[in-house]
Design a protein around this ligand. Structure first.
Ligand SMILES: Nc1ncnc2c1ncn2[C@@H]1O[C@H](COP(=O)(O)OP(=O)(O)O)[C@@H](O)[C@H]1O
Ligand SMILES: O=C(O)C1=C[C@@H](OP(=O)(O)O)[C@@H](O)[C@H](O)C1
Ligand SMILES: [Mg+2]
Length: 416
């Protein structure tokens, strides 16, 4: 029997990963009583998660070197009655950093947080010749510092987040450290994988700092434990393919652009093609308020519409695997873009003004005066461009051509 031991396991990915790579069933054991678990559950191998990584140690016969140093175990193998504890988080971190080409050698490291993940990162950095390691925490212990001491470590080049700040469901909690205080940063690594881009990673990306989230590490630590459980080797290529597929599946594809550029239209096509549910933010607003967009503008004005829109965007930012079509004005509030980027790749349907002028503005309240189209276009074009991860030139009304460009650009984005 194989499985995962922890207290609350509803959000665990381990079962999916284990059952993808092996034919063995993987069981989730939510337990309040470790003694009973070890007495009565006859397992061949189990993984251990919060809050038991340390507490299981007294039940084990032997520890691997990492598990011993870190005093944390996430994998236990039963070898003919002898229980051996390992820590594959260390290995997962190593694989993820190597995948992202991040080396800690001679680097000045900041680790935010002082729990067991922080210890794993510090141990890894020490082992791999980091120049120095600073731990910043909310409640610093000996040889650690408070977040507010960050000014004294402004030569840092790599920052790791080992806290749950910004993790689902508290996606939008701001990161406690202002990155403008760390002008030499080249990489930001977050152990969080939900959302895919945490507050730290969104802030880092704005400064052109390389980012890495926790998904590759999560998969790699699970793969290592599968290798230990079943005495097999899983090749890096297979793991990478699994990662690419999972990442794509978790990601929302978010369409922005001028009114009439085809966002709602292509969101439906993208949804169908990539098996993602479609969300049209304007439709959602209409359904929730039992009014058309036009009626909302007429009755309450644009400012109220924008605040309704912002609330909907906030809710949708926590979704996964959706094709999301936004209203044209979503970019006016930078918070909206931060929300949408958490789990989304932003795709700008870039349609030139002369083509937009040939469309029929029908029920679009802001375009009832034709002169407005030009103004909106010039006011917003830069906002669209700066918000986008992918820009789709849309110089045609031919659906197939645009669909083809979208496919190529999405492939490029996810395979680079
Ligand atoms: N490439 C296309 N081929 C055919 N019809 C299109 C195409 N792009 C947009 N349309 C049509 O143009 C109109 C505006 O598109 P829509 O998706 O509503 O734009 P948006 O959501 O960006 O305002 C819709 O009637 C849509 O069906
Ligand atoms: O551009 C805008 O400010 C708006 C665009 C509309 O969506 P479409 O872009 O789908 O027309 C709708 O959200 C609202 O009328 C405001
Ligand atoms: Mg639309």
């Amino acid at each position: 029997m194989y499985g995962l031991l922890g207290k609350v396991l509803t959000h665990s990915f381990s079962k999916d990963i284990h059952e993808f790579f092996t034919d063995c069933k993987y069981t989730l054991f939510e337990s309040d009583n470790l003694k009973e678990f070890f007495e009565y559950i006859p397992f061949s191998g189990i993984n251990v998660t919060i809050p038991y990584k340390h507490d299981v140690i007294p039940y084990l016969d032997e520890l691997s070197e990492e598990a011993h140093v870190l005093q944390a175990v996430n994998t236990i193998i039963n070898k003919s009655g002898k229980l051996i504890g390992y820590n594959t988080d260390y290995y997962g971190l190593e694989k993820a950093l190597s995948y992202a080409n991040i080396t800690v050698k001679n680097q000045e490291i900041i680790i935010v947080g002082n729990g067991s993940t922080s210890r794993t990162i510090a141990y890894y950095c020490k082992h791999n010749s980091a120049k120095n390691i600073t731990i910043l925490a909310r409640n610093p212990k000996k040889n650690e510092y408070h977040f507010t001491d960050v000014d004294n470590f402004n030569s840092a080049t790599i920052i790791f987040n080992a806290t749950p700040v910004g993790m689902f469901p508290n996606n939008n909690h701001p990161f406690p450290i202002d990155l403008s205080k760390l002008p030499h940063l080249t990489s930001a690594v977050d152990m969080i994988y939900n959302p895919l881009r945490s507050s730290l990673l969104i802030a880092a990306k704005k400064r052109n700092i390389q980012t890495l989230n926790g998904l590759f590490m999560l998969i790699s630590q699970a793969v290592k434990s599968i290798e230990l459980f079943h005495d097999v080797t899983i090749s890096d290529d297979v793991v990478q393919q699994y990662y690419n597929d999972l990442l794509f599946k978790m990601t929302n594809i978010v369409l922005i652009g001028m009114p009439m550029s085809g966002k709602s239209f292509f969101a439906r096509i993208i949804g169908q093609k990539y098996d993602k549910d479609v969300i049209d933010l304007d439709n959602m607003i209409e359904q929730e308020n039992h009014m058309s967009i036009q009626q909302i503008f007429e009755k309450y004005g644009e400012a109220t519409f924008r605040s309704i829109e912002k609330n909907i965007v906030y809710k949708c930012s926590k979704e996964h695997n959706k094709a999301i079509s936004c209203g044209g004005g979503v970019v006016l509030d930078p918070d909206n873009i931060d929300y949408l980027k958490q789990n989304g790749v932003i795709l700008y349907l870039d349609m030139p003004l002369d083509l937009l002028k040939r469309c029929n503005p029908r029920n679009r309240p802001l375009l009832q005066n034709p002169a407005n189209l030009e103004k909106l276009y010039y006011d917003r074009n830069d906002l669209y461009r700066n918000s986008a991860d992918i820009i789709i030139p849309k110089n045609t009304f031919n659906k197939n051509i645009t669909e083809g460009i979208i496919e190529v650009k999405i492939n490029e984005y996810f395979n680079s």
